[in-house]
Design a protein around this ligand. Structure first.
Ligand SMILES: Nc1ncnc2c1ncn2[C@@H]1O[C@H](COP(=O)(O)OP(=O)(O)O)[C@@H](O)[C@H]1O
Ligand SMILES: [Mg+2]
Length: 412
């Protein structure tokens, strides 16, 4: 039985989408070429297969990324879903129904397919390309046009500008957007994307990834997304299946689980020695416990403030205004005990962080400002606590329970 995971969409909504379907690989294997009679009698495909005993359960509306080195069976796994390749053994259930029992045209109508070299028809205009599937389905011309233009808008291409152009008149990134629009044309519950952003330069790729994640918040399809790039997998995936040679899954889990607790040395190496830093980009300031700040208010007697600050291990006092918004730091031993606290005493501020700031950005802002502390403020600008470089380090250690020690962790 495939492993199921507790899982929520990135928008925090539970999984049951009307227009998405679950995808389940149930002990799926693929061996290219003839299977020997002996293997068939034994009831199991011989190794090495392109895909070996793959079991994955993907909830409706999730992006599941298949990632791994070249040749480890990612594309083969994807193509078995729309039956461009038939499994040697095992079943693939789409919305609970065995794909092998479905009529092929009907099956593929419900699955959008995006590949790296989009496969746009060069002699058709963009709007004709996007309308390919609706045309095959015999939609009336007006509806095809309407839907195609809607989709172009959805992927960020102004129909007035792009509809009449030909693929050769578009940039790589624009063609890739057209490929996505075309795959979405018949509103399929499932999308297969095989290295969809692999052929564009890194800046365009990043933009396409961001756009696609925004789009997915609206369309909430079940998406199988193939890449060999672990950073792309971590960014795009609600769930990630790490493939290794021989078409086996080394680990299936959320990006955070992979980074915090790699299941094997292979996964630890594949996710990279910088997996701690990668985890920081997945966690936010609101995920860690804030350190309290010793607060002093503008106009308050300085002597009391000095005593409070000296009694606290942190050698600084955070000066705030009447609305508890940070003004600056005062070094405890430098506070002149006479008079009141004034803005003129303050030394420059730490970076201001919001609960939504990623820990990676928080750390980077602190390093840029050459300080160890960031001040967390709420929406009104009021201080809610402090984040320190140590508290970020502590967060990484605490949440890595059960991790296989990787070489970089052996160092003191
Ligand atoms: N049509 C085919 N005939 C025989 N072997 C194939 C065929 N397609 C792929 N393979 C082999 O199956 C393995 C998995 O390929 P593939 O699924 O394309 O890997 P990936 O997408 O992870 O790079 C590779 O060893 C590849 O050489
Ligand atoms: Mg491939």
């Amino acid at each position: 039985m495939a492993r199921t995971l507790e899982w929520r969409t990135r928008t925090g909504v539970d999984t049951d989408h009307g227009r998405a379907a679950t995808v389940e690989f149930d002990h799926v294997s693929k061996v290219y070429g003839p299977v020997s009679a002996r293997a068939r009698r034994a009831g199991s495909p011989p190794a090495p297969g392109a895909v070996n005993d793959l079991s994955l359960a993907i909830p409706a509306g999730a992006i599941c990324v298949l990632v791994g080195p070249s040749g480890c069976g990612k594309t083969t796994s994807l193509k078995m879903v729309n039956r461009l390749i038939e499994p040697t053994s095992g079943r693939i259930l789409l919305g609970g129904i065995d794909a092998a029992t479905r009529e092929l045209t009907d099956l593929r109508r419900g699955i959008g397919y995006v590949i790296q070299q989009t496969g746009l028809f060069p002699h058709q205009t963009i709007v004709e390309n996007v309308g390919t599937v609706p045309r095959l389905l015999g939609w009336p011309a007006a509806r095809i046009k309407e839907r195609s233009e809607e989709l172009l808008g959805l992927v960020g291409l102004d129909p007035a500008k792009y509809a009449g152009r030909f693929p050769s008149q578009l940039s790589g990134g624009e063609r890739q957007r057209v490929g996505v629009a075309r795959a979405l044309a018949a509103d399929p519950p499932i999308m297969l994307m095989d290295e969809p952003f692999g052929a564009v330069d890194p800046i365009v790729r990043e933009r396409l990834q961001d756009e696609f994640l925004r789009l997915q918040e609206d369309i909430a399809k079940t998406i199988l997304f193939v890449t060999h790039d672990i950073d792309e997998a971590i960014k795009m995936g609600d769930l990630v299946a790490v493939f290794q040679q021989g078409g086996r899954v080394a680990q299936f889990g959320t990006p955070t689980e992979l980074l915090a607790s790699p299941a094997s040395d292979f996964v630890a190496r594949f996710v990279g020695a910088d997996r701690g830093l990668k985890r920081l980009s997945l966690s936010r300031v609101r995920d860690i416990s804030l350190q309290p700040a010793v607060i002093g208010r503008l106009g308050e007697p300085a002597g009391e403030a000095r005593r409070r600050a000296l009694a606290d291990p942190l050698p600084y006092l955070l000066l705030v205004d009447g609305l508890e918004r940070p003004v600056g730091w005062l070094r405890d031993i430098e506070i002149d005990g006479d008079g009141v606290l004034t803005e003129a005493m303050a030394i420059p501020m730490s970076p201001l962080l919001s609960p939504e700031t990623t820990l990676k950005d928080a750390l980077s802002m602190m390093l840029d400002a050459d300080v160890h502390t960031g001040i967390v403020v709420d929406r009104t600008g009021r201080v809610s606590g402090l984040v320190t470089t140590e508290s970020i380090g502590g967060f990484l250690r605490e949440t890595a329970v059960g991790a296989t020690p990787a070489p970089e962790q052996d160092a003191p």
